[in-house]
Design a protein around this ligand. Sequence first.
Ligand SMILES: [Zn+2]
Length: 346
Amino acid sequence: MARQDDQRRDIVALPKAHLHLHFTGSMSLATLHQLARARHMELPDKLAGGAPLDLPYDQRGWNKFQRLYDVARAAVRGESALRTVVDRAAAEDAAEGSRRLELQVDPTSYASSVGGIEEALDIICDEARAASRRHGVQVGIIVAASRVRHPLDARTLARFAARRAGHGAGEVCAFGLNSNERDGHTPEWEVAFRIARRAGLPGVPHGGELLGPDHLEQVVRHLEPARIGHGVRAVEDPALLDSMVARGIAFEVCPASNVQLGVYREVDDVPLLTLLAHGATVALGADDPLLFRSRLADQYRAAREVHFLDDVRLAGLARDSIDASFASDEDKRRWKRDVDDWLAST
Ligand SMILES: [Zn+2]
């Protein structure tokens, strides 16, 4: 494999948008330690160091992930902690070349420590606005309901999200659905997504990662996503994949997550090239760097090192990520010009 390494451009300097990052999962280990110390909370060894989910293929899985995520989330209590998480997510994304971060949160998880769901959401939006100014990355918020809560709660969340809708920093830009894809009955969230769409909030549910095309087809039919969280297993049904591409649904592809949750054995198996060959718009994302120990730029590095995308195609992925974001058209044009400049640089 003869490659001209010295002519490769700096991945970190490539302007990009980060569209799949969860609130607690966005933290670095240092931030988690800081918040845990403030609460006199002892972290389990598994979480406190190393890569806890970098396990042999047959030992990976969602439940291990969820247990660790729940422990980490217990450290995020109170206004100051919420603000710290947003500030650090913005700073760390900006340091990796991100121009636009769409940070996904279910404010219900943090409500009890700040007096309510809307209180939590307002703190997060306010800090997203301030952190955008401080760090030079535009941070939008995705309000995400959870499959482990009642679908009526999701409707309430959609209404809270609708009141804060907008394209700019500190505004809610989309509505999601997260947690284990195996939980709940997808059609029951249809109304919540309709409420969000009517308020101008596109749907960005998870789907097509842990479960295959049958489940993904339900997500597409009932929730009418503008983007799909993961969606990688659409490749198992090319007709479904083509129909999603034809509908303009973008794919938030998170290779490190797919591997560490046991969906694929190696990054090499993540069907990035198949998605691109079918004309899919792909935005690479880190999902939960706290647990996967792999941040945004690492996903682009994997596309270069493992899938052998050259700089022209990496720039294409970066443009895709910007196009798939919910930023204003003017901001998208500006950032895509920066991508052109990156490609023109030597
Ligand atoms: Zn996710």
